[in-house]
Design a protein around this ligand. Structure first.
Ligand SMILES: [Zn+2]
Length: 341
């Protein structure tokens, strides 16, 4: 085991996955960052059809380096999927009808350094070139004071960080190029509950695809009534921010394409792990990641049902994307639920 493997176990896991050389998996280093004399690739892995007519779905992790559990969840799931492809003909045939994209380690420098920000101190989730429409919470909503404070956006006129550029490129080339696409970006660290957020973070106004997100939520709740631990809502219900990567990509898609792009963020509620193990309060790392092995294993399997559901739902989107009167009704119900004022 090299010293880098020791300091960065997720990279070692990812390399082991690549060494399997599965005929199903395509891997590209989209970009790289150099930290502590180590050149760290920003990987994009994918499988399935690249035809623009088929739906596409992307899973993202490690945007915030210290939230390692998101990266771990995706790598563990990728291992499962590659093993399934050795025997599961249903899943193999599904890949003929869709594109599956993974970026499990968007911010490898932050993972190596165990920081939320990238190695330059920029919070990627505040770094998109877009301001919120109204006031955001002090600091947390994104600021330009100093890279020594969390949630730093960078200076006015700075280039978008390379990690965010790599993510933009993957989303534009591999998701936006399809008539229907979804994204799920895995984070941890906010609250006691597992939250699934959708746009907007920049605005307390409803997003045009609100009825579609509402329909997906209803479909999941109806299909998996015993998975009520997720709270699915627009991010602005919790707080608003500047520079959200998914808002930026969502607005860009709306202005240039006529199809459907639904980006979601999973915020695994890590305060829950602290409540069960108060010793974690004394570990900065533990604020964002489960420490006990059985708890980590539980988190690694907790979201598989949701991820499998999203794949199947992307493939079957014509069955549940609401049209006509139903779409109007869902929009109304969503407005009443989240935008009463
Ligand atoms: Zn995060």
């Amino acid at each position: 085991m090299s010293s880098l493997d020791h300091r960065f176990p997720e990279l070692q896991l990812l390399n082991t996955l690549l060494e399997r050389a599965s005929p199903w998996l395509r891997a590209d280093a989209i970009s790289s960052v150099t930290v502590q004399d180590e050149e760290l690739p920003i990987w994009c892995l994918e499988m399935g059809s690249t035809s623009p007519e088929v739906p596409a779905i992307g899973f993202f992790g490690g945007v915030h380096g210290m939230e390692r559990i998101g990266t771990q969840v995706l790598i563990a799931w990728l291992q499962t999927l590659l093993t399934r492809l050795e025997w599961d003909e249903h899943f193999a045939s599904l890949l003929g009808r869709m594109r599956l994209v993974f970026m499990p380690m968007v911010n490898p420098g932050g993972l190596l350094l165990s920081t939320r920000a990238n190695p330059a101190g920029v919070d990627l989730m505040r770094s998109a070139p877009q301001d919120a429409n109204s006031r955001v919470p002090f600091l947390v909503g994104g600021h330009r004071f100093s890279e020594r404070l969390p949630w730093y956006r960078g200076r006015v006129g700075d280039e978008v960080p390379v990690e965010a550029q790599a993510l933009f490129r993957v989303v534009r080339e591999r998701l936006h190029s399809h008539a229907f696409s979804m994204a799920m970006d895995c984070h941890s660290g906010f609250g006691f509950r597992d939250r699934i957020w959708f746009p907007y973070a920049r605005s307390t106004e409803p997003a045009p695809n609100l009825p579609d997100a509402f329909a997906l939520r209803a479909l999941f709740n109806r299909t998996y009534p015993n998975h009520s631990f997720y709270i699915m809502e627009p991010q602005s219900v919790s707080y608003t921010t500047h520079g959200d990567l998914w808002d930026f990509l969502y607005d860009e898609y709306l202005s240039a394409h006529g199809g459907t792009f639904l980006p979601f963020t999973l915020e695994m509620g890590s305060w829950l792990w602290m409540k069960k193990n108060p010793r974690q309060l004394f570990s900065w790392f533990g604020h964002f990641n489960p420490i006990l092995p059985h708890r980590q294993e539980r988190v690694l399997r907790r979201h598989i049902t949701l991820f499998d559901f999203l794949i199947e739902a992307a493939c079957a989107h014509e069955k549940w994307l609401p049209q006509g009167e139903l779409r109007k009704r869902y929009r109304h119900e969503a407005l009443v639920r989240w935008y009463r004022s």
